[in-house]
Design a protein around this ligand. Sequence first.
Ligand code: BTN
Length: 244
Amino acid sequence: RDILYFNSIDSTNSKAKQLASDGKGEGTVIISEEQTKGRGRLGRNWVSPKGKGVWMSIIIRPDIQPIDASKITQVTAAAVSKSILELGIKNYIKWPNDIIINNKKVCGILTEMSGELNKINYIVIGIGINVNLDENEIPNDIKDIATSLKIESGKKVSRKQLVANIFNNFEELYEELLNKNEITHSIEICKENSAVLGKEIRVIFRNKEIRGKAVDLTDEGELLIENQEGKIQKIISGEVSIRG
Ligand code: BTN
């Protein structure tokens, strides 16, 4: 298992995709002190200043169906959330792929997959955690929605310890998926640390807006939403906003 460490890079996800398509194997990690072109979901950029965060990507080649790839996001969110909690910092998973504290984002996950209809070639899991950014390092236009572990906990956090925790927890939870084709333990963590369960939410899914109460997560990691008529809808992914 390789860990490739960079001082500066455009994007660890871009690098990981390139290495994966060149044949780099399962478990390779790309980590960088800074990203000059960090990428977020929906084509957004991801601010990644030097030495202030965990900016990393993991290459995996799981023998699962592409349709089950979203399980990887749940496994990753659970691993990161548990790892932050092990540092004594309470945090919440905003399904499916954000980690928040005080309703502001501290971590985002960007999973990118390459494969065919029934075969995954590789998955790159990008993890961005705002660790030791100070208030003045959070750009003004995202001050209301972004924060860091240091800002929220009031103390500097060891990135080394955090990354070590993530490797350990990810390995354990990912093996459950590989060995048993289940993500029971990950889902348990996602439920325990959920920011959305029991709340009225709004989800944009396939260009449609769904409103209702988030009532449960399935064993597969889908979110169950109950609308005003009491009808339950199951969604596999989407952009969630928690209503006031
Ligand atoms: C999001 O929009 O919430 C996802 C953010 C993902 C950021 C991480 S940082 C490491 C990896 N490399 C990237 O370019 N993006 C991901």
